[in-house]
Each structure stands twice: as structure tokens, then as C-alpha cells.
Design a protein around this ligand. Structure first.
Ligand code: FES
Length: 200
């Protein structure tokens, strides 16, 4: 009996010791990881602007980036996708972006962008924060028989067009957000800076 009590005590001691060593090990492992980040990576983690080369983005494609811990998408729209935008206005909740303030002033237009070809969006559904799926093809979809390309949120079925504008009659209350961004030149977009250079 006494022997068993000793064993129990020893086991508890070992468990506590292991837990403490484990926590210490995790802390020790975290420091080299943070220290290993380059200065630019540390700044980026803290919310610094992010510059993206869009020359590799094909028409109809999407680039997925991170800015301030949030997903940001850059989409290069085709002429067909752009042409379809105007005909959708009557089916949208806020086609002219004047109900909710979801974009900088320079993106408050039909395309919700600086250049019609390039769309920049925060990839978070305005309903409850899921990440919508990119569905760029103009063709009937299970969720919309007259689909002109856009984004579909699988969580509760919200749909957004190729400008991130929300359709009427879905749970999402607002268009997808456009973050501040600017073109540095023809090939590079910086997310987190306005065209006038000021930091967001
Ligand atoms: S979170 Fe997207 S529809 Fe609910």
C-alpha cells in the first residue's frame, strides 16, 4: 500500500514535470521562430502594406494574399465578366455601393476598382465571416441558374457578383469589402496604401 502511494506520488510528480518542461519547450521554440522572421516579414505580420506582382495573373484568375491577417483577393476580370456587371444591377442589394461604406472612394464605381480589369477584395463574407468560393465561369450553377461569375459563400448561400456586390435576398447584408490599394506601376499592386501614398 505504502509502495503504491509512493508510485502514485512519483507519477504525479513526473506528470507535472513533463507539463512544465513541455510549456518551456514551446516558449523556447517560439522565440527562434519569431527571431527568424526577416524585418519585412515582421512588419507584414503587424499590418504593413503588401505588394503583389500581378503580371503572373491570367484573365479570369485570382491571386490570394494576406493583409493584416485577413485574406485579400486580386482578380483579373475578363471582358465578358466586366460586360455582365451592368446587367445585374436590378438583382443586387446595393449595386452602386451607396448603402454601406465597403470601399474607398476611388473604388465606388460599377467595377468597384481603380482599373476595371483588376478587382481587389477582402475575402470574408459580410454575413458571418466565412470565406466565399471563387466561381468565375459564366454558366448555370446549382445555386444560380443565370450565373455571370462571382463568389458563392457555402456557409449560408450568399452570392456576390464579379465586383463583390451582394445579390438581393441572401443572408449577407453588404458587398464584400474593398481594401485600400494602389498601383505602383503596371505590374504591381500595393494593398494597404491609397493611390495618394498615404498609409491606410
Ligand atoms: S457566412 Fe457567408 S452566407 Fe453566412
Amino acid at each position: 500500500m505504502a509502495e503504491q502511494a509512493v508510485d502514485e506520488g512519483r507519477r504525479r510528480f513526473l506528470t507535472v514535470t513533463t507539463a512544465v518542461v513541455g510549456a518551456g519547450g514551446a516558449a523556447a521554440a517560439a522565440v527562434p521562430f519569431l527571431a527568424s522572421l526577416l524585418p519585412s516579414e515582421r512588419a507584414q505580420a503587424a499590418g504593413a502594406p503588401v505588394t503583389v506582382d500581378v503580371s503572373r495573373l491570367e484573365a479570369g484568375g485570382i491571386l490570394r494574399e494576406q493583409w493584416r491577417g485577413r485574406p485579400v483577393w486580386i482578380v483579373r476580370r475578363t471582358p465578358e465578366q466586366l460586360a455582365a456587371l451592368e446587367g445585374l444591377n436590378s438583382r443586387l442589394r446595393d449595386p452602386n455601393s451607396d448603402v454601406t461604406d465597403q470601399q474607398p472612394a476611388y473604388a465606388r464605381n460599377l467595377h468597384r476598382s481603380i482599373k476595371p480589369e483588376f478587382l481587389v477584395l477582402v475575402g470574408i463574407c459580410t454575413h458571418l465571416g466565412c470565406s466565399p468560393l471563387f466561381e468565375p465561369e459564366i454558366r448555370p450553377q446549382p445555386f444560380a441558374s443565370d450565373w455571370k461569375g462571382g463568389f458563392f459563400c457555402p456557409c449560408h448561400g450568399s452570392t456576390f457578383d464579379m465586383a463583390g456586390r451582394v445579390f438581393a435576398g441572401v443572408p449577407a447584408p453588404a458587398n464584400l469589402a474593398v481594401p485600400p490599394y494602389r498601383f505602383d506601376d503596371e505590374q504591381r499592386i500595393t494593398i494597404g496604401l491609397d493611390p495618394e501614398q498615404g498609409a491606410a
